[in-house]
Design a protein around this ligand. Structure first.
Ligand SMILES: Cc1cc2nc3c(=O)[nH]c(=O)nc-3n(C[C@H](O)[C@H](O)[C@H](O)COP(=O)(O)O)c2cc1C
Length: 207
């Protein structure tokens, strides 16, 4: 059982990493393998809306999005983490998730638990949370929560450790995710099968 944690910050070891790491430690100590995937500092293109992925099952831009989509197939859960930039998610993770969720096959994510976390010095955490939760919430993913909205307040990683409530929230989130992944695994072993996907009805708002 494996969880991929995405760090959408330009800082590899910044505050977002510190928050993700707190989750990772809990997942590991509950028997879940993990990998933190850093999006790096190179520009990540936004979606070109070209339709290539509809025909070819992958994004026309062969970069970290396609690479992650491949790894995601065998993952059991996901945590998407972002620093808050102007009361929103970072540009990098926004472009990354737009293209990832649009291009990857729906089986990559369906019925796999997901969480999002946001990290800010002071404001915009819930706005960024509301933005990022939209991706798993449209992909039939069970959303894992904690005892507060998943946020940490810090300008630098040292401050993240001082946000005791925020870090507790991360630890509880990690344990909850481990618990639900194990429940899903136990369900499969006892013969509970996932509901079959339905053919999508697409009704544009033209009348
Ligand atoms: C372009 C930019 C915009 C930011 N906007 C906000 C903001 O709207 N609210 C806030 O509290 N902090 C804001 N910050 C501060 C970061 O969210 C904060 O320093 C965070 O700890 C960075 O996490 P990281 O080290 O993982 O990148 C901003 C930082 C940058 C670089």
């Amino acid at each position: 059982m494996k969880v991929l944690l995405v760090n959408g910050s330009p800082h590899k070891n910044g505050s977002t990493f510190a928050a993700l790491r707190e989750i990772e430690v809990e997942l590991n100590s509950n028997g879940i393998e993990t990998s933190i995937v850093w999006l790096g500092t190179e520009a990540i293109s936004g979606c070109l809306a070209c339709g290539y992925c509809r025909r070819n099952g992958k994004c026309v831009k062969n970069d970290c999005v396609n690479e992650f989509a491949q790894r995601a197939k065998s993952a059991d859960g996901f945590v998407f983490g972002t620093p808050v930039h102007y009361a929103a998610a970072s540009g990098a993770i926004t472009s990354f998730l737009d293209r990832l969720f649009y291009s990857a096959s729906s089986d990559t994510f369906r019925h796999k638990p997901a969480a999002v976390i946001t990290v800010a010095r002071r404001g915009g955490t819930t706005a960024a949370y509301d933005q990022l939760i939209k991706y798993p919430a449209i992909a039939e993913m069970p959303i894992i929560s904690s005892h507060y909205w998943n946020m940490v307040h810090a300008a630098v990683p040292e401050e993240a450790k001082e946000d005791k409530e925020g870090m507790q929230c991360m630890r509880i989130l990690g344990r909850n995710m481990a618990y639900f992944i194990k429940c899903i695994e136990a369900g499969k072993k006892s013969g509970i099968s996932a509901p079959a996907a339905e053919q999508r009805e697409v009704t544009n708002f033209i009348r």
